[in-house]
Design a binder for this molecule. Structure first.
Ligand code: B4P
Length: 193
């Protein structure tokens, strides 16, 4: 089993690159953003609660997200491996993920961090906001998301760096070139299928 985290600020291309990685390496994709948006659209109690945070650009509480991940991992016992997209976003989530994987006799093998300048993040998310209908892709909320990222999520990179698992990858090239840079790192562990 090979487990990968795709890490980076809002709009760095985690969702975009996850699609490419899943296609080439057949990893099982777990995106907490997508899972939460699904709960929101179905208006489940979890979704109603999560929406309050997402609309303000804040992280959804750890307990909510960790519970969701645990059941998602259990749904795919035969996976070749997992790609975690947008998770973990806090140190508590990172520690919880380590425990969940240890319980399944596996671990995180690699964390790829997409590095993109702030102006480019804003440009991309405002661009997406014009067509996506996402209530969090407007200037005010994007600024809050970036602030939240710096305060709570950036420290997660140091956590994995201390474990020798972090690789930083330039994320402001074209989608294809960024994928090539990511593949170079993944190929050290797992070949495409
Ligand atoms: P997420 O859904 O994870 O999304 P994101 O950070 O907005 O974007 P991502 O990096 O995936 O960017 P994308 O590929 O789409 O989070 C949304 C919210 O959910 C959070 O704010 C939070 O409230 C909540 N949440 C999620 N996970 C959580 C957790 N673990 N804990 C607590 N709360 C959580 O790319 C963006 C745009 O850029 C697209 O339009 C794309 O086409 C474009 N793009 C991508 N790569 C490009 C490139 N190379 N060149 C040009 N454009 C590019």
């Amino acid at each position: 089993m090979f487990n990968l985290i795709l890490f980076g600020p809002p709009g760095s291309g985690k969702g975009t690159q996850s699609e490419n990685i899943v296609r080439h390496y057949r990893l099982h994709h777990i995106s907490t953003g997508d899972l939460l948006r699904d709960e929101v659209s179905r208006q489940t109690p979890l979704g109603v609660e999560a929406k309050k945070y997402m609309d303000q650009g804040l992280l959804v509480p750890d307990e909510v997200v960790i519970g969701m991940i645990s059941s998602k991992i259990d749904e795919s016992p035969d996976a070749r491996g997992f790609i975690f997209d947008g998770f973990p976003r806090t140190r508590a989530q990172a520690e919880a993920l380590d425990k969940l994987l240890e319980f399944k006799n596996t671990q995180i093998h690699l964390v790829l961090s997409l590095e993109v300048p702030e102006e480019e993040l804003m440009r991309r998310l405002l661009g997406r906001g014009e067509t996506s209908g996402r209530s969090d892709d407007n200037e005010e909320v994007i600024n809050k998301r970036v602030k939240e990222y710096k305060a709570k999520t950036e420290p997660v990179a140091s956590y994995y760096n201390a474990h020798g698992k972090l690789e930083r990858v330039k994320g402001d090239n074209s989608i294809d070139d960024t994928f090539k840079s990511l593949s170079k790192e993944i190929d050290k562990y797992l070949l495409p299928v």
